[in-house]
Structure formats: structure tokens, C-alpha cells
Design a protein around this ligand. Structure first.
Ligand SMILES: NC(=O)c1ccc[n+]([C@@H]2O[C@H](COP(=O)([O-])OP(=O)(O)OC[C@H]3O[C@@H](n4cnc5c(N)ncnc54)[C@H](O)[C@@H]3O)[C@@H](O)[C@H]2O)c1
Length: 314
């Protein structure tokens, strides 16, 4: 029987891209999201293309609703992305824990109840502490995790939850930890600023990015495809991987954008983010035969062209 892919958080940035790639490949996809706001999906797919996707409105906090979705649609592959991001967890820690922690437990419970043996889910480089926690250089995938945000603490809990479900129930899982995701649809969350600058610049408007510093940029389209692969290729145990790519800087992101759009003005505030510059993805590369890594110049060019195609819609 053909696979059915459950995407949680498909109304969000990475989820919309995951639905886009699944739809293009002709896969059966079910989106589970509390939101019914399709603006990001509208930026990626026509109404006809969206018609191939099943949209279920539901709350990750609702254990029974999730179990029912797994059963009703005979889910075989899981890409769990729905979560509240850093600013939302900070503003409402209880809700953040309910959605990010309990919600992830609910995914494992629904998988267990329905005999689904593997889950791909989103963790984050937010599981790590600030640069002062580490020696210089890329941070390995198994470095100590001492997050300083509730969001990061909840993601650590998700990875530990996955370990226990593996040990006690044999469910395997792959957690991927993105860094700064950019691309059409990245319009909320702390590190959405470079994409917001791209949107402004493509429209000929000035923009100021409120932070600077070194980081790794990952194109949402690539990240989504990596999650799909992680759902399709179970590994042993409960594994967690940094997404990587060449370390870059906000200044370099701006330089590439300004070169692609002569005359635009993007300012960068002198305010480094409290995250390490880069994460080592060699474990990911050793475990998967494909690592999606569009060069930054190309990803930015694609994004600018996409924004320009969308015109007033974005
Ligand atoms: N975007 C990044 O740079 C980045 C970096 C690291 C990790 N991540 C992780 O990747 C995942 C996806 O990120 P994104 O940028 O696409 O997020 P996003 O904020 O764009 O989308 C999150 C989605 O989750 C949904 N959601 C929120 N609460 C829900 C609930 N109670 N029930 C059901 N759905 C709910 C929202 O409606 C939204 O559509 C998240 O887990 C995020 O923590 C993202």
C-alpha cells in the first residue's frame, strides 16, 4: 500500500515546503495544524495542487485527535514540525510546554497506538547553549546540551522523550536541528529576519536586520526535503543530527542580496545572536546518502525570484 505522510505544522514555513515536495512527488500527504491560514502554502502551490493534500485542523495537545488522524488516514510516515518558536515560548511558557513537550509526547503515543515505528521530528540548534559553552570550531552533534531558552529546553526534552520511546517501545526517530532557515514562508520566529530583509529588498524597500554574527543559513526547501528523507529512511535508535552547511555571516547574506539586487539598502545591527557560529553535520552526512545543501547564493537567488513572482501576494 502507498505511504501516507503526516506532516504536523504544515501551515508553517518548513511544513509548507514539505507539503510542496510531497505533492510534487505525488505522495499522499495529510497536514495536521491548528491554523487554517494557508498563506504560506498559497505562496508555494496553486489551488489545484493543494487539492491533492488532506487538511486536518487539530491541536497537537489533543491526544485523541492525533490518534484518530493516524488511524483514519492510515499514516505510515511522520514529519512532526508543529511547535511554538522561541518568542512564543518566552511569552507563554505554559502553552509552549503544552504544545512543544506534551504535543511531541502525543505524537509518540499516537504512533505507538497505531503501530507506526518511526518518526522524523524537528529539534533545533537551540538545544545548545551560547558560544561560551564551547571551544572554537564546529559543534559536534553529540555536544552537551545546556539550552538557555525554554524553547531549547523543550527541544532537549523532545530528544530525550524520543530516546525513552525507543528504549521502551522500539519506536525509532530522527531529530533534525536546523539553524537559520530562510526562504519564502519564513515570516515568523527570531531568525526570520534575513528572509524579511529579502522580501523588503526584492520589493525595493530598505530593511534593518536587528542582529549580526556568524551562523549557518539553510534554505527551507532543502530543510523540508531532509525531513522527508529522515521520515523515509529510519535509522537505528533515537538519533539527533545538526543540519550544517558552510558557516556564514549575516553580513555575507546581505552582501549576496545586495549584489543580486543592486541599489537595495539592508542594514545590519551590531548585535551578535547568542548562538555558536556553526554546527558539524558530518554525522548527518555519514547516515544519509543525500544531504540537501543548495549554495547560499543560489538559495537567495531562487528566493528573490520567487518573491518577485509572487509580487503583491507576499
Ligand atoms: N525556522 C527555523 O529557522 C527553525 C530552526 C530550528 C528549528 N525549527 C523547528 O522546525 C519546526 C518548523 O519550524 P517552522 O519555521 O516551519 O515553524 P512555524 O512557526 O512557521 O510553523 C509552526 C506551525 O505549527 C503550528 N502549530 C502551533 N501550535 C500548534 C498546535 N497546538 N497544534 C497544531 N499545530 C500547531 C502553527 O500553526 C504553525 O503552522 C519547528 O518545530 C521549529 O521549532 C525551525
Amino acid at each position: 500500500m502507498a505511504d501516507t505522510y503526516l506532516v504536523t505544522g504544515g501551515m508553517g514555513c518548513i511544513g509548507a515546503w514539505a507539503l510542496y515536495h510531497l505533492q510534487r512527488r505525488g505522495q499522499r500527504a495529510v497536514n495536521f495544524d491548528l491554523s487554517t491560514d494557508r498563506h504560506r502554502i498559497d505562496w508555494l502551490m496553486s489551488a489545484d495542487e493543494q487539492a491533492a493534500i488532506t487538511f486536518v485542523q487539530g491541536d497537537l495537545r489533543d491526544t485523541d485527535a492525533l490518534k484518530a488522524v493516524f488511524a483514519d488516514y492510515s499514516v505510515t510516515r511522520v514529519i512532526h514540525l508543529a511547535a511554538l518558536q522561541v518568542p512564543f515560548c518566552r511569552a507563554n511558557p505554559v502553552l509552549g510546554a503544552e504544545v512543544n513537550v506534551t504535543g511531541t509526547v502525543n505524537i509518540f503515543e499516537a504512533a505507538r497506538a497505531n503501530g507506526v515505528g518511526h518518526i522524523a521530528f524537528a529539534s533545533s540548534i537551540g538545544v545548545y547553549g551560547p558560544p561560551s559553552d564551547f571551544p572554537p570550531g564546529l559543534i559536534p552533534h553529540d555536544a552537551p546540551k545546556n539550552p538557555r531558552t525554554l524553547y531549547g529546553a523543550y527541544k532537549v526534552c523532545n530528544e530525550q522523550t524520543a530516546q525513552v520511546y525507543n528504549e521502551e517501545n522500539g519506536i525509532t526517530s530522527t531529530a533534525l536541528r536546523p539553524y537559520t532557515v530562510y526562504g519564502v514562508g519564513r515570516d515568523q520566529g527570531m531568525t526570520s529576519e534575513p528572509t524579511k530583509a529579502l522580501v523588503a529588498a526584492a520589493k525595493g524597500q530598505p530593511y534593518k536586520i536587528p542582529f549580526s554574527g556568524e551562523m549557518q543559513f539553510q534554505w527551507a526547501s532543502d530543510v523540508a526535503r531532509q525531513f522527508i528523507l529522515a521520515a523515509e529512511q529510519p535509522l537505528d535508535g533515537a538519533r539527533g543530527f545538526n543540519l550544517g552547511g558552510p558557516p556564514s555571516t549575516v553580513a555575507r547574506f546581505v552582501e549576496i542580496t545586495e549584489a543580486a539586487l543592486p541599489g537595495v539598502e539592508i542594514e545590519v545591527a551590531e548585535n551578535p545572536l547568542p548562538f555558536p557560529a556553526g554546527f558539524d553535520d558530518s554525522a548527518l552526512r555519514a547516515s544519509f546518502n543525500t544531504v540537501y545543501e543548495t549554495p547560499l547564493e543560489e538559495g537567495i537567488a531562487e528566493t528573490i525570484a520567487h518573491i518577485q513572482r509572487l509580487g503583491d501576494e507576499i
